[in-house]
Design a protein around this ligand. Structure first.
Ligand SMILES: Nc1nc2c(c(=O)[nH]1)N[C@H]1C(S)=C(S)[C@@H](COP(=O)(O)O)O[C@H]1N2
Ligand SMILES: [Mo]
Length: 393
């Protein structure tokens, strides 16, 4: 102990760097800030981001199909499953990303901050990766709870930033490959000095955190988990056992939807026809269990009864699979007043103009008098309160 009053000898761990109070990377001496831990967390995160990227692209192309895009109509739950994977992998990434950032954050304080042009490029790419990853996770979770505090369109921004994130991730993995191989090639802990924490413990805690995060949302797409899914309040809510995203009130259709003069206009190769609700009820009816799988993460299967779209299109001379079908609703404006049904989906036996849900006439919030329900399609394309169908040439 130095005598009282005498200056303390400077400790090497406390010496401020040339930037004053800013610490230096070497001062973070915990054995937990280590490439072996970073590589494992990075691997888990890479898998989660990869799954989210692929399933997100799928969902984007289903909603904005390019000419080459092909998607099967069976199994009927297929889209819902891909969307559950998307939401689950995104949510699992939150604790993994936080753990990874904590493991590597001493790197922020590397001196000199920039060693070469290549080093500068690498550091900027890591910042871009972190910013894009945080953006994706934050906006994704906000979308799950329908909270849109920003001025931009969520789907467009989330899609664009996905490419930024995945591009920066590829650069990052490329640059770090030697460290990743070293890190993964060695036991995560090696010999742990007495009384020191283990990296394995941090890794397991991060994976457990990811597990808890997954369970908190899984109930909205996995039957039976509803009670533990605190972040999925909507599954099973709503009239006729089905959640509602857009109500008749908010779509402004409370009067037009119940108007006795309501007619469905169908246009095809031989011209146009109009059908009343009774006309539709008089046609052969099909009953099928089909899900609504919302991009916000919930999925709920209902028992729908109605007329096959292809039977209705046959009334105006359309052969099955002849063309895509433009589907319009009574809703004026808003985000999803219409949709495009691909020809192959329009020809499917289970693609219905539903008149009933759970054995009753559709609740007005579920699209009375008539809505589209097609197998293996995103919820946003399952248009409610239909007013017209047109077979496109
Ligand atoms: N006309 C119209 N149809 C619509 C929407 C809409 O906003 N307007 N929302 C879609 C979305 S995003 C979903 S998830 C489903 C939900 O159907 P539900 O409210 O019957 O559960 O309806 C779809 N159909
Ligand atoms: Mo949705």
């Amino acid at each position: 102990m130095p005598p009282p009053g005498s200056p303390r000898p400077p400790s090497p761990r406390r010496t401020p760097g040339p930037l004053g109070l800013v610490p230096r990377e070497e001062q973070f001496t915990s054995r937990l800030h280590h490439e072996r831990l970073a590589a494992r967390l990075g691997l888990a995160l890479g898998i989660a981001f990869g799954l989210a990227f692929v399933t997100g692209l799928l969902s984007h192309y289903l909603q904005n199909p390019p000419g080459w895009f092909w998607w099967p109509t069976r199994p009927v739950q297929l889209y819902g499953i891909t969307q559950a994977v998307h939401i689950t992998s995104g949510v699992a990434s939150v604790p993994l990303l936080l753990a990874k950032l904590w493991t590597v954050y001493p790197r922020l304080f590397t001196r000199p901050p920039v060693r070469s042009v290549l080093h500068a490029v690498e550091r900027v790419s890591v910042l871009v990766l972190i910013a894009a990853a945080l953006f994706q996770l934050v906006t994704g979770v906000q979308n799950m709870v329908s909270w849109y505090p920003w001025g931009f369109s969520f789907p467009a921004a989330h899609f664009a930033m996905a490419w930024v994130a995945i591009g920066a991730l590829v650069v990052h993995v490329g640059v770090q490959l030697p460290a990743i191989r070293r890190g993964l090639g060695a036991d995560v802990d090696g010999t742990v000095p007495d009384g020191e924490p283990t990296r394995r413990g941090v890794l397991l805690a991060a994976l457990a955190g990811a597990g808890v995060a997954v369970l908190s949302v899984a109930g909205q797409s996995v039957p039976g988990l509803g009670r533990i899914s605190v972040l999925s309040p909507r599954s099973g809510d709503g009239p006729q056992g089905m959640p509602v995203t857009k109500s008749a009130q908010s779509a402004g259709v409370t009067e037009t939807a119940v108007d006795p003069a309501w007619r469905l206009t169908v246009t095809g190769p031989t011209g146009s026809t109009t059908l009343s609700l009774d006309d539709l009820r008089a046609m052969p009816q099909t009953t099928a269990n089909l899900p609504i799988a919302c991009v916000q993460g919930w999925r709920e299967t209902g028992t729908w009864t109605g007329v096959r779209v292809r039977d209705v299109l046959a009334l105006v001379g359309a052969e099955p699979g002849q063309g895509d079908v433009q589907v319009e609703s009574l809703q004026q404006g808003g985000a999803y007043p219409s949709s495009r049904l691909p020809a192959r989906h329009a020809a499917d036996d289970l693609t219905l103009l539903a008149l009933q849900l759970a054995g009753e006439d559709l609740h007005i919030d579920h699209g009375y008098p008539c809505r589209l329900v097609a197998p293996s399609r995103p919820g946003v394309t399952q248009t409610k309160w239909l007013t017209s169908l047109e077979v496109l040439a």
